[in-house]
Design a protein around this ligand. Structure first.
Ligand code: SF4
Length: 331
C-alpha cells in the first residue's frame, strides 16, 4: 500500500501538529514549504519549516515563489481578504503545486494544518471545498486537525485511520496548545504562521506599488519591507531608513538609478529617492531626510547627494518637512 504523503508545512503550530498526527500513523511524510517575500515566519533568518522538518527528520522541499505569484496577488480571481491577502488564490496556487509534487513522487495524498473556521476567508467549509476542487485535489486533501468534521477523503479508511484524526474547529488555539503540550512540543515561535499581505500598512505599500509600477519586481517588493515610504509624485517615491540596521540595508539594496541623500552636519537617516531626479523631487526628499535627522528642529539643514557620475556631492540647504505635510505623503 502507498503510505506516502505530502505535507504543506508553514512551520506554525497547526501544520506541525498535522505532521505529527500523520507520522504517528506510520505514513512517510515529505514536507513542502513556500517561501515568498511576504513570509515573516522565521527564526534567526531560517524558515520555521526547516526547524520542524529537522525535528521530525523528514524531507523538506522549499519552493521560492516567483512573478507568477506576484501577478496572482495583483489580479486575484477570488478577491482579497481584509488587506491585500488573496488567500483563496494563494492556497489554490500552493495546493496545485503540492498536487504536482505528490504525483511526481508517487504519494497518495496531500495534507495541511488547516482548521475549519479558523480563518474567515480560506478556512470556511465552502472555501475549503473550492480550494480542493480548483487545485485538483478532490478526495486527496486531508486536514488532520479538523478531519472528523469534514467529508471523508479517499485515503481515510484505507491509508489513514480517521478515528485517530481530530475534530478541532474555530479560532481558539487552546486545543492545539493542549495537543502541543501532550506531544511535548513547546518550541513553536510562530503559532499561526505569518504573512505580510495581511498587514494593513504593508497592504497600502503593495497597492501603491501596483498602481505606480507596470511590472514590479521582487526587488521592488523587498524595498517595501524597509524604512518609511513616501509617495512624492506619480513616478517618484522616497524611502527613509528608521535605524542603523535599515540604513545599512538601504545602502546595500539601492539600485543604480536611485539617488541616495545623507545629512551633512548631524546624524540622520539614509534616504533614497526612487524615480524622477528633478530639483523639486530632490528638495522634497532632502526635507524628509532632514525631518528624521537629529537636526530636525533646526531652521536649515544641509543634505548631500551625488548627481550621476559626479565626484563632488551637491549640497542642498533645506527646512525639515512639517509633520502635516509628511503625513499626506506617507504610504
Ligand atoms: S495569509 Fe498570506 S500566505 Fe496565507 S493564504 Fe493568505 S495570502 Fe497566502
Amino acid at each position: 500500500m502507498n503510505k506516502k504523503a505530502v505535507a504543506l508545512l508553514s512551520g506554525g503550530l497547526d501544520s506541525t501538529l498535522a505532521v505529527r498526527l500523520i507520522l504517528d500513523q506510520g505514513i512517510e511524510v515529505t514536507a513542502m514549504n513556500f517561501v515568498s517575500p511576504f513570509c515573516t515566519c522565521n527564526r534567526h533568518g531560517r524558515c520555521e519549516s526547516a526547524h520542524v522538518a529537522e525535528q521530525f527528520d523528514i524531507k523538506l522541499k522549499i519552493i521560492s515563489v516567483g512573478m507568477d505569484y506576484i501577478n496572482l496577488i495583483k489580479n486575484p480571481r477570488y478577491g482579497y481578504g481584509k488587506n491585500i491577502n488573496p488567500c483563496l488564490d494563494c492556497r489554490i496556487f500552493m495546493f496545485t503545486k503540492a498536487r504536482l509534487y505528490m504525483e511526481e513522487i508517487g504519494a497518495a495524498f496531500v495534507f495541511t494544518g488547516e482548521v475549519l473556521g479558523q480563518r474567515p476567508m480560506s478556512q470556511r467549509m465552502d472555501a475549503m471545498r473550492l480550494i480542493e476542487r480548483e487545485s485538483g485535489l478532490t478526495g486527496k486533501l486531508l486536514r488532520p486537525l479538523s478531519a472528523k468534521l469534514l467529508e471523508s477523503t479517499s485515503v481515510e479508511g484505507s491509508i489513514v485511520d480517521r478515528e485517530k484524526l481530530m475534530d478541532i474547529k474555530g479560532r481558539s488555539r487552546k486545543p492545539q496548545m493542549s495537543m502541543a503540550k501532550d506531544y511535548g512540543i513547546d518550541d513553536y515561535a510562530c503559532a499561526a504562521g505569518g504573512c505580510l499581505l495581511t498587514d494593513f500598512q504593508f497592504a497600502n505599500r503593495m497597492r501603491d506599488l501596483f498602481v505606480h509600477y507596470d511590472e514590479p519586481t521582487l526587488k521592488d517588493i523587498a524595498f517595501l519591507k524597509v524604512g518609511r515610504h513616501f509617495r512624492i509624485s506619480d513616478n517618484t517615491k522616497v524611502i527613509v531608513g528608521r535605524d542603523e540596521a535599515e540604513n545599512k540595508r538601504l545602502l546595500n539594496m539601492q539600485k543604480a538609478e536611485d539617488t541616495c541623500l545623507q545629512i551633512v552636519d548631524a546624524p540622520g537617516p539614509v534616504t533614497l529617492l526612487q524615480g524622477e531626479r528633478h530639483p523639486e523631487n530632490l528638495a522634497k526628499a532632502a526635507c524628509l531626510a532632514a525631518r528624521y535627522s537629529d537636526a530636525k528642529l533646526s531652521p536649515s539643514v544641509k543634505v548631500a547627494y551625488r548627481a550621476n557620475g559626479a565626484d563632488e556631492p551637491v549640497i542642498l540647504d533645506v527646512v525639515p518637512m512639517r509633520d502635516e505635510h509628511l503625513q499626506q505623503l506617507r504610504i
